[in-house]
Design a protein around this ligand. Structure first.
Ligand code: SF4
Length: 242
């Protein structure tokens, strides 16, 4: 290699480097696996976890049968969510899951009670922070989940931390917001009735080994990027769903 006098050295700029750069899919897979193991993403959550009765019941049925492993995009979404929650949880905070009517509750963070337990949910989103004050910034699913935890944990208060990963889409980003929500006891009860209805659908499906009809037990946006999309499409097209 030729010696270059320091005085003659010029700073390298983009396009002048001669290094070789090749994709390393093996390392990519390895890192995804480390992260999936770290956050226990491939382990089946308690089948009767509250979240099971919020999202698609057909998917929950397939998950229970462990039909297909998560896609790479699903893994990345889980990893981002769990990673942020893990980073934000204060040290030495542990919670024991609680159960009501066969539904298990484990909020993201539960601070020990002063009078009541303090429940905290940590959510991340790619939506813009500029609409944070709009009520629609809090998704229906987040609300259903928090209302369900309120019922199980006998409270009507919930803290919600939202991390806007892209801020308001102009630097600086990301941004973090925190709100305290106080629910009406009637909405807690109405939501609970809905959760028990969803539970009955899934319980029956697991008991009879007949999946809940695709697209009837979810919001259609859930199908986008769902690992069972193809399966639901084919089974529906072939009339094999009931
Ligand atoms: S594709 Fe849609 S209906 Fe089928 S499991 Fe996924 S979310 Fe549910």
């Amino acid at each position: 290699m030729a010696y270059i006098e320091p005085a003659l050295a010029i700073p390298l700029r983009k396009g002048h480097y001669t290094m070789e750069r090749v994709e390393n899919p093996e390392l990519q897979r390895q890192v995804l696996k480390w992260l999936a193991d770290k956050y226990k993403i491939l382990e089946l959550r308690a089948p009767n976890h509250l979240s099971t009765y919020i999202y698609c019941r057909t998917k929950a049925f397939f998950d229970h049968k462990q039909a297909i492993e998560p896609t790479e995009s699903e893994l990345m979404l889980f990893i981002t969510g769990y990673g942020l929650q893990y980073t934000l949880t204060p040290p030495d905070i542990e919670d024991s899951p609680k159960e009501l009517d066969g539904v298990v509750s484990s909020p993201d963070i539960v601070l020990p009670p002063i009078i009541l337990e303090q429940l905290i949910e940590v959510k991340s989103t790619r939506r813009s922070a500029k609409n944070h004050s709009d009520d629609k910034a809090v998704s229906d699913f987040w609300l259903q989940y928090m209302l369900g935890n309120c019922k199980i944990r006998d409270t009507n208060k919930y803290d919600l931390v939202i991390i806007y990963l892209m801020g308001n889409y102009s630097p600086p980003f990301p941004q973090l917001y925190a709100d305290t929500l106080t629910f009406d006891f009637e909405e807690i009860e109405l939501n609970w009735a809905m959760i028990l209805e969803h539970k009955a659908v899934l319980d029956k499906a697991l008991e009879t080994d007949i999946m809940p009809t695709p697209y009837e037990h979810c919001e259609l946006w859930e199908c986008k990027g769902c690992r069972y999309n193809m399966m639901c499409e084919v089974l529906t097209r072939e009339g094999l769903t009931t």
